[in-house]
Write a protein that binds this ligand. Structure first.
Ligand code: NAP
Length: 285
């Protein structure tokens, strides 16, 4: 499944919508990215997201805070962005640091600006299958599955990993689409992992362990989504042994990664349109 191509199409559509929004209202959609400290991966992720935003005609405002920022200071910063009418979307790059109460910081994001889908309200909407902003990586995964016509109703989906930004919402979205969902995590006995994996019609790998899942555990014809990313462009799935058993598989890089950013940009433009009171259907007509 080619995430690069689909992401490009989504970003082109978002760029056209952003341009039309600007033409009608004089306002450019704006995403504020909040970065605490200088964790190299976070710095790279934020840089990449900002570049793509700017290429799509979305203003990207970087709010860089020192590593020693307290939860109270971070909350105050995010509260300011939530109240700022020139900011339409807010992204707090995870991890903000071990001393930070991330949940408190996330919950300060105004729900209408939660374009990264991290607040409890967005989570509840995802859980119930109601409209709202999706967590970007699982949202991107669902788009990719839909693009390739993957049937989910009644299928057995196995999600390996249950983080708040990835595994857990991915399973919630699959459940909302009537799949039977199994979660595997750190406490799933290693001796039982294979039997869970082998029953997967749709497998979502979201562990963060290089080549953790190999071909022998793949049900022939399964759809395999590799959301993992480790240094050196290595996913959670051993592509070489899995590709011949799977009917569809995402590569690393070029699968899930580009879809995450495309979803973020699309949701920022949608948020701006909603906040400006412009109907998206009118914009794309
Ligand atoms: P995370 O917060 O570290 O979560 C990893 C999950 O894997 C946890 O739920 C953990 O279980 C589970 N796990 C660990 N060891 C396991 C084992 N032996 N068997 C089964 N499950 C196990 O990581 P994350 O933020 O979700 O990210 C996961 C991967 O996705 C990383 O490689 C990350 O780089 C990548 N990622 C990619 C994108 C993208 O855009 N492509 C975006 C986000 C993340 P417990 O909950 O029990 O600890």
């Amino acid at each position: 499944m080619d995430g690069t191509k689909l992401a490009q199409r989504i970003i082109e559509n978002s760029a056209a919508t952003a341009a039309e929004l600007r033409r009608r209202t004089g306002v450019t959609p704006c995403l504020a990215a909040v970065l605490v400290g200088e964790d190299p991966s976070s710095v790279t992720y934020v840089r990449m997201k900002r570049r793509r935003c700017e290429a799509a005609g979305v203003e990207s405002r970087l709010v860089q805070l020192p590593a020693g920022t307290t939860t109270a200071e971070l909350v105050a910063t995010i509260r300011g962005l939530s109240l700022d009418p020139s900011v339409h979307g807010i992204l707090l790059q995870h991890p903000a640091g071990p001393h930070i109460d991330e949940r408190a910081a996330f919950e300060t994001i105004a729900p209408e600006k939660d374009v990264d889908g991290v607040t409890m309200r967005s989570f509840a909407a995802m859980g119930f299958g109601l409209p709202g902003f999706a967590s970007c990586t699982p949202g991107g995964i669902m788009r990719l599955l839909d693009e390739y016509g993957v049937e989910l109703t009644g299928k057995h989906a196995v999600v390996v990993g249950r983080s708040a930004i990835l595994g857990r919402p991915a399973g919630m979205m699959l459940l909302a689409r009537d799949a039977t969902v199994t979660y595997c995590h750190r406490y799933t006995p290693a001796s039982e992992l294979s039997s869970h994996l082998r029953r997967a019609d749709v497998l979502i790998a979201a562990v963060g362990k290089p080549r953790f899942i190999t071909g022998e555990d793949i049900k022939p014809g399964a759809v395999v989504v590799d959301a993992g990313y480790s240094a050196g462009n290595i996913g959670d799935v051993d592509f070489e042994t899995v590709k011949d058993r799977a009917s569809l598989i995402t590569p690393v890089p070029g699968g899930v990664g580009p879809m995450t950013i495309a979803t973020l940009i699309e949701q920022t433009v949608d948020a701006a349109a909603q906040q400006l009171g412009v109907d998206l259907k009118v914009l794309s007509a």
